[in-house]
Design a binder for this molecule. Structure first.
Ligand code: AHR
Length: 520
C-alpha cells in the first residue's frame, strides 16, 4: 500500500506529509564523543544519584560499595561513550588530593558549585570516578582547577593520572590501588572562567591558558586540551562579554596551537514551564534546541579564522540541554521557582524531542564539533536517569539517546526532507541518517504539536526494526509509578510498490528506522 500518497490532505483532517530521501554523500564520522554526558558534584547527580551514598534519598537502592548497579546497567546499555567530571563550576574549587587515599581519612570540604553550600566527603575521587568510567566503557574527560588551583596542582594531577615513569606521585597512585597510569586524553583548563570560574576577562584567561597548556604538555604531550570559550548569546541583562571567543583567540595569537578544543555551553531556557506548557512554549523550546547548530557553526568559523595552517581545533559543546525555570533562580520563565534550587526538574517528551533535534545538527556539524555532553547524567537538569530511593527511572531523554544508538560511530549522510510547514514556521518533520557496515539508520522527528505526519522514506535496504517514541501529550513524563509512559514501541511501516517505506509518526514524536544493507 502506498500509505503516504493515498492519504488525502483534503478530507477535513490536517495531515502533514513528508518525504525523506536518504542520500549517498557522507558528511563525516559521528564520533562517539558526540553522545557524551556530564557528571558534576552538583545536587544528587554524583552523591545520592550515581553513587548510592549514605543519604536518606538513596536508602534501599540497588547499591554495592560504589556506584548503583541499576544506574550503571542502564547507562551501559545507553551507552555513555564520554563522561565529563568533576565539573562544571565545581571544578574550580576542586582539589584532587582531597579525593585520594582511604575514604575515612579524606577531608569534608564545602561544595559551593552553582550557589549550593553542601558538605562534600570527597568519597568520590579520582580512583572512584575512573573505576566508574571503566565500568561504563566511557572515555573520561577531566577538568582542572583554574579558579582556586594552581598550575603545579594541575600538573601533579596529570602526573598522577597519566604518567608511567617512577615518581613519588606515581608510587602513591600504585599504593592507592592503580599501578598502571590511566592515560586520560581529554583535559579541560577550568570551566566558565568568564563567570563562576573566576570572572576572568578573555585576555587574562588566554595568558593563564598558555601557561597551563604549556606546562601540562610537558607532563604528557599526548593530552587534548580544552579551552573555555563562551556562548555568544548571553542573556541580555548579563555583563558577560559576547565577544569572548574572538578576544580569547586574538590574545592566544600564535599560541592557538596549544588548544585542541574550544568549549561552549548551551542551555535551552525559554520553553516556559517544565510541564503544562502551551503550544507556543513547546515550539519555542524546540526552536532553541535547533539553534544550537548555528552556535556551533559560528564558533567553528571563529576557530577557522584564527587557526594556523595545519592546526585543527574543534568545537566542544561540553554542556548542553534543557534547563527549566523551576530548577534555576536566574533567566527567563514566568513560573514559580523551586526553592532551594536542587537542579532537579521534570523531564518530558518535549525535552526528548529537543535533544533529538539537537542531534540532527550535531550530525550535520560532525566535521567541526568534537564532543557534546548532556547536562547532566543522573537526577540533575536534563538527566537520562532519575533515582528516588530504590527506584531508577529512565527519562524520555534516555529513550531519545537510545533511539540514536545506531548513529554512534557511523558516517553521517545527507538526507533530504520535504515536509509540510508548521503554523509557527519551520518544517513539521525533520530527519537525520547515518550509515555503518551493518546498514543505514534514519531518525525522524515530527515536531507538530497536534498532528500526526505520514512519512515516506526512500532508503535502500530492508527494514530491520523501527521504533517510535511517543505519548498522548508532549509533557508526558516517566515516574516510579509509570516508568514506561514514554518509551519506545514498534512503529508500523508499509512498503510502497516503488520500494519506499511508509508510516505514520504521531504528533510530537520521534522514530528510528534501521535498514539492513541487504539488496532488495
Ligand atoms: O550544569 C550546571 C552548571 O551550569 C555547571 O556547573 C556550569 O558549568 C554551568 O553554568
Amino acid at each position: 500500500m502506498d500509505c503516504c500518497r493515498d492519504v488525502p490532505v483534503s478530507k477535513g483532517k490536517s495531515v502533514p506529509q513528508a518525504s525523506i530521501s536518504v542520500g549517498e554523500e557522507p558528511l563525516g564520522a559521528i564520533s562517539p564523543r558526540l553522545y557524551g554526558h556530564f557528571a558534576e558534584h552538583l545536587g544528587r547527580c554524583c552523591y545520592g544519584g550515581i553513587w548510592a551514598g549514605d543519604s536518606a534519598a538513596s536508602k534501599g537502592a540497588a547499591a554495592v560499595d560504589g556506584p548503583r548497579t541499576d544506574v550503571v546497567a542502564a547507562l551501559r546499555e545507553l551507552p555513555v561513550p564520554l563522561l565529563r567530571w568533576p565539573g562544571g563550576c565545581y571544578a574550580d574549587h576542586y582539589h584532587w588530593r582531597n579525593g585520594i587515599g582511604a575514604p575515612e581519612s579524606r577531608p569534608t570540604t564545602l561544595n559551593t558549585s552553582c550557589g549550593q553550600l553542601e558538605p562534600d566527603t570527597n568519597g568520590i575521587g579520582t580512583h572512584e570516578f575512573m573505576a566508574l568510567a571503566e565500568r561504563l566503557g566511557a572515555e573520561p574527560y577531566l577538568a582542572v582547577n583554574v579558579g582556586t588551583g594552581s598550575i603545579q596542582e594541575a600538573c601533579e594531577w596529570l602526573e598522577y593520572v597519566n604518567v608511567g615513569a617512577d615518581s613519588s606521585l606515581t608510587r602513591l597512585r600504585a599504593t592507592n590501588g592503580h599501578p598502571e597510569p590511566w592515560g586520560v586524553r581529554l583535559w579541560g583548563i577550568g570551566n566558565e572562567t568568564w563567570d563562576c570560574g573566576g570572572r576572568y576577562d578573555a585576555a587574562a584567561y588566554a595568558h593563564e591558558y598558555r601557561r597551563y597548556a604549556t606546562m601540562l604538555r610537558h607532563i604528557d604531550p599526548n593530552v587534548e586540551l580544552v579551552a573555555v570559550g563562551m556562548e555568544d548569546e548571553p542573556l541580555p541583562e548579563s555583563m558577560l562579554d559576547r565577544d569572548w571567543n574572538v578576544r580569547f583567540l586574538e590574545a592566544l595569537g600564535p599560541n592557538v596551537g596549544l588548544m585542541d578544543h574550544l568549549s561552549i555551553h548551551r542551555y535551552w531556557i525559554r520553553g516556559g514551564a517544565e510541564t503544562g506548557f502551551d503550544e507556543e512554549d513547546y515550539y519555542t523550546l524546540l526552536t532553541e534546541a535547533e539553534s544550537t547548530e548555528s552556535l556551533i557553526q559560528r564558533t567553528a568559523a571563529r576557530l577557522a579564522h584564527f587557526a594556523p595552517a595545519g592546526h585543527r581545533a574543534r568545537v566542544a559543546l561540553d554542556e548542553y540541554g534543557v534547563w527549566h525555570p523551576e530548577a534555576r533562580n536566574w533567566g527567563p520563565g514566568d513560573v514559580p521557582r523551586r526553592t532551594p534550587v536542587t537542579f532537579e526538574q521534570s523531564n518530558t517528551l518535549r525535552d526528548a524531542l529537543a535533544v533529538a533535534i539537537a542531534f540532527e545538527g550535531f550530525h550535520r556539524q560532525c566535521a567541526v564539533l568534537s564532543m557534546a555532553n548532556l547536562a547532566q547524567v543522573v537526577n540533575v537538569l536534563q538527566s537520562v536517569i532519575v533515582t528516588d530511593g530504590a527506584s531508577c527511572v529512565k527519562t524520555p531523554t534516555y529513550h531519545a539517546f537510545a533511539l540514536h544508538r545506531p548513529h554512534i560511530g557511523a558516517d553521517a549522510i545527507e538526507v533530504d526532507v520535504a515536509s509540510a510547514a508548521l503554523p509557527a514556521g519551520g518544517r513539521a518533520v525533520s530527519a537525520t541518517a547515518s550509515r555503518k557496515e551493518a546498514g543505514t539508520a534514519v531518525t525522524i522527528v515530527n515536531r507538530d504539536f497536534r498532528n500526526a505526519a505520514d512519512v515516506e522514506i526512500h532508503c535502500p535496504g530492508n527494514v530491520d526494526w523501527s521504533l517510535v517514541l511517543t505519548a498522548d501529550t508532549a509533557d508526558a513524563v516517566n515516574s516510579a509509578q509509570s516508568p514506561d509512559r514514554v518509551s519506545p514501541r514498534a512503529l508500523e511501516l508499509h512498503r510502497t510498490a516503488a520500494g519506499a517505506s511508509c508510516g505514520t509518526i504521531p504528533a510530537h514524536s520521534m522514530a528510528t528506522i534501521q535498514y539492513s544493507q541487504r539488496a532488495l
